[in-house]
Design a protein around this ligand. Structure first.
Ligand code: SF4
Ligand code: SF4
Length: 477
């Protein structure tokens, strides 16, 4: 006779219904009355099927229904039998893994001097001394060839232009797009282009080019003038807001072929999420706004401590509730942090790695060095070869072993691991000196935020399930 006990899940409520987020499968499971009753019984003890049946028939449930529901819960791993629960392990993907995205650092120079910047600030890990500061057109073209060559089996690949300030090397961005489009066409592939910029150098000519070439644009901006100018300043200390505001308004008016996104860095001094969101959408016209707490060592003045993170979570929750209201009316809401998490929850994503860095995504420095991602280029840690000599497979395998969820023992009992998988390698390196370390300083934040998104998901699933169809399409790694 089998003895049942609870499996590994996180329970939540949404729209008056009870749900389980099943950790081993990353599936979301709606609970009927009877399943809720069974899980309630097994909450703090183990019971045999007969004991469960005896208890629940006395409460008016039919024995065959109890047996059937027990079986269903067992198959879903919501309840477990046997000696110990064997957690399904995620494998290291077969190598060589086809490349999906290259982030091309066309320059490591910047005309701003944001003190929190990981590239120039106190937590800088790159050592580009003696190497070129601006990528040449030839290196950019070799990088395109490398991307097309290393992505067998993929019809569509992504090229993201990044910096420093990307537009300091606009001529190379321009020539690379033309080259890449022709090369991709010859090979029957499609290249999608995007870029990140601080918007200070946008001109009407550049905006028209980006619109005509369907380049996705993300602007780094920290909200209204008083927040943005706290850190986003020119080398002479002058704030950048007054320079970028009119340029951004022209960008969002002229470039209508793709949503224009804003990326906000939250610091101890800049945490007013709702106000920033309202300003960037209603006043500046951005279609999407994503927020990320600053990546830094905890001793920095701008680091967000635990109290700050609690405050951010409270404001994220308020904004997520607004997102929910919009979703129930099938209206667009540009809070991309919710959107991205709902997409992963809907698709049942269970990550062996926190992101695609070093696997489907690589960064390339101005001199052609390959790094785990854009944050590791020109840094001895996370170096994975050079575009002329290819990927250093030994270093890549070392990274894939080190960064895998199986090696992050602290995460093995955490219900949020399918979406977190230990968190950003760069943050781990800055905090713990090890890309493979779990980001244990923000677990409460991650679990709190994932719970908020699960509740939003459950509410939409109960009240407007059709809205979730937009998340059916699988996102590229
Ligand atoms: S880093 Fe923390 S929140 Fe993320 S999976 Fe590990 S234990 Fe969970
Ligand atoms: S390592 Fe961090 S910064 Fe780099 S791609 Fe992954 S999440 Fe982004």
């Amino acid at each position: 006779m089998s003895t049942y006990r609870p499996g590994e899940f996180h329970s939540f409520e949404g729209g008056g219904k009870n749900y389980l987020y099943l950790v081993p499968s990353a599936a979301i499971f709606e609970l009927e009355d009877l399943s809720t009753a069974i899980l309630g019984l097994l909450h703090d003890r183990e019971m045999t099927g007969d004991q469960v049946t005896a208890e629940l028939t006395s409460r008016g449930y039919a024995a065959p229904d109890i047996q059937e529901t027990l079986e269903e819960l067992h198959q879903a791993h919501a309840i477990a039998t046997g000696e110990g629960f064997i957690e399904p392990r995620l494998e290291i993907p077969q190598q060589p893994f086809p490349l999906q995205t290259v982030v091309m650092n066309v320059t490591n120079q910047c005309n701003l001097s944001c003190s929190y910047c990981y590239e120039y600030g106190e937590d800088k890990i790159s050592t580009p001394d003696g190497k070129t500061k601006f990528m040449s057109a030839e290196t950019a073209q070799s990088t395109v060839d490398f991307l097309l060559d290393q992505s067998p089996g993929r019809r569509m690949v992504h090229l993201t232009f990044f910096g420093g300030e990307t537009l300091l090397n606009f001529p190379v961005v321009k020539s690379t797009i033309e080259y890449a489009r022709n090369k991709a066409q010859e090979q029957g592939k499609y290249i999608d282009f995007s870029m990140t910029t601080n918007a200070t150098m946008l001109t009407s000519e550049i905006i028209s080019f980006l619109a005509e070439n369907n380049v996705g644009v993300t602007v780094s901006i920290d909200g209204p003038k008083e927040s943005n100018d706290q850190f986003r300043v020119f080398h002479n200390g002058k704030g950048s807001y007054d320079v970028i505001a009119p340029k951004i308004k022209e960008l969002v008016t002229v470039h209508r072929s793709r949503p224009i996104g804003a990326r906000v860095t939250l610091t101890a001094q800049v945490v007013d999420v709702k106000k920033i969101f309202r300003h960037l959408t209603d006043e500046m016209g951005f279609d999407e706004v994503g927020f990320a707490p600053v990546t830094t060592s905890p001793v920095r003045l701008y680091a967000i401590g635990n109290n700050g993170l609690d405050k951010v979570l409270a404001q994220f929750t308020e904004l997520a509730e607004e997102y929910l209201e919009y979703a129930l009316e099938n209206r667009h809401h540009g809070f991309s942090n919710v959107n991205d998490t709902l997409q992963e929850l809907h698709q049942g994503v269970s990550k062996a790695y926190p992101c695609g860095a070093g696997l489907g995504l690589l960064g390339v420095s101005p001199s052609g060095d390959i790094g785990l991602c854009h944050r590791f280029v020109d840094s001895p840690s996370g170096k994975l070869g050079h575009i002329d000599t290819g990927i250093d497979r030994e270093a890549q395998m070392e990274h894939l072993n080190r960064g895998h969820i199986n090696t992050k023992y602290d995460c093995h009992t955490c219900w949020a691991r399918p979406v977190c998988s230990g968190g950003c390698y760069h943050e781990a390196f800055v905090r713990y000196g090890d890309t493979g370390h779990a980001n244990l300083h923000y677990c409460d934040w991650i679990r709190g935020w994932t719970d908020v998104c699960l509740r939003v998901y459950g509410e939409i699933a109960s009240r407007n399930p059709k809205y979730l169809e937009r998340f059916d399409e699988r996102k590229a790694i």
